[in-house]
Design a protein around this ligand. Sequence first.
Ligand code: HEC
Length: 253
Amino acid sequence: MTATRSIPAFVLGAMASLALALPAKAQDKAFTLHAPAALVESGLLGYILPRFTLKTQTRITLTGPDAPADARFGESGIIAFEGLDRVWRFDAGEDPDAQRFADWLRSDVGRNTVDSYEIDGATVFTSEVEVQKVVVEVSYDGDALRGEEVSLSHCGRCHVVSDKNRMNSIGSTPSFAVLRTLRDWEDRFQAFYVLNPHPAFTQIADVTEPFDATRPSPIHAVEMTLGDLENIMAFVQGIAPADLGRPIQSMQD
Ligand code: HEC
């Protein structure tokens, strides 16, 4: 896949539609991988790569530091694991086989494999990367303080929003700190007003349709603006995700 970098955009476009039509062909079951020397020398890759290859029949070729590679371990991409005093990220790039490897790395099987690697009887790497370090780099322009106030007044009767309403919310409703651990927390918060149970009682000015007159909100309605939501995003962004040991991957809905 690396060789396609110099191909003109219109050809790539045509290839992309071809790839869509023939998804199986897009995967050549091989990708090239660059990893920093410290990681290669640790022996971890020699331990995990063959296991992934065996399971998926995907050939992974390690490249030298200066050679182009489809995927790489380093500073960017998903959080893969922690060890040797740092967090290792994996950037799968565009290659579907490398993306599959990324999924595997964060799957239970992949994580167990990483966690079970030992040098002289001691584990060296852990897939339980502290969630605090996973803080996404995006930032919202809203006012986080205002966001906390809005959250407390509009969401706080159901959700634990912060320490300020820990005692008087509905226990079965996920706290904001728990929701904040979800990989896609931003999508969920940005769209909360279309996600159940909120549509029945939530109105966002200029966005949602007015309540159906025959089916008024069954409970005290949440009425807010997109500006309020922006402030909530800024506030939630700054919440330390709940420490659940490992981030939850999905929630029942
Ligand atoms: C009347 C109670 C109530 C209020 C008020 C409320 N929520 Fe919720 N919210 C819930 C419940 C219950 C769930 C869990 C739904 C589930 O598990 O499917 C939830 C889930 C969520 C989720 C996760 C949704 C998903 O499907 O992933 C987000 C995000 C959320 N709420 C944000 C908010 C925000 C922001 C506010 C305030 C502006 C708010 N909620 C107000 C009851 C409420």
